[in-house]
Design a protein around this ligand. Sequence first.
Ligand SMILES: CC(C)(COP(=O)(O)OP(=O)(O)OC[C@H]1O[C@@H](n2cnc3c(N)ncnc32)[C@H](O)[C@@H]1OP(=O)(O)O)[C@@H](O)C(=O)NCCC(=O)NCCS
Length: 164
Amino acid sequence: MEPHPDDLNVSATQPDWHREAPRRFWDPAPKLLRSIRSYQKARQSGGVFGKICAKYWVLVHWFWSVATQSEIHLHMEISGGLRLPHPTGIIIHPDSVIGPNCMIFQQVTLAGAVKVGGHVDIGTGAKILGPLTIGDHAKIGANAVVTQDVPVGATVVGIPAREI
Ligand SMILES: CC(C)(COP(=O)(O)OP(=O)(O)OC[C@H]1O[C@@H](n2cnc3c(N)ncnc32)[C@H](O)[C@@H]1OP(=O)(O)O)[C@@H](O)C(=O)NCCC(=O)NCCS
């Protein structure tokens, strides 16, 4: 199935960092993501200063994880531009990989090694049971339980999720 032309306006390959920029002091999703990115940067830079910074970002990550009741691991591979409009109860297995410009709603679980493509929208309450791959520009319906690969541009809904 070909992606809808509107959906192609958001890139599946080029991260749009504005999507995750903090806009105010209390802005849990961008701040949770920033703690992950800053932690990874500090680890990469190495040295004593890098180690101290990494420890600081571990604390910041812990704070926002508690505030959002979400588990998004510090070592996860997440491309830029991830939007979490209502960041509560989002559980993502550390073996999952998330492509650029995705959007994940509240109460979503990515179990096991789920490879999420670019510009994938995952509706509230969806459960994605890996290992599996979700193609670029795909949409996962609210409360879907995904047990199989999702093709590029597909919309899937239901339990088990089927393409519509
Ligand atoms: C999956 C989704 C993207 C499909 O949107 P769409 O392409 O506009 O599809 P439609 O609304 O035209 O629905 C098409 C069919 O799928 C069904 N459907 C849509 N979403 C469904 C869902 N989550 N679960 C089960 N069936 C669903 C509709 O009932 C309809 O069935 P019908 O053809 O038998 O009448 C959307 O319904 C959805 O679930 N988005 C998630 C939004 C969300 O989580 N928002 C959180 C806000 S806080």
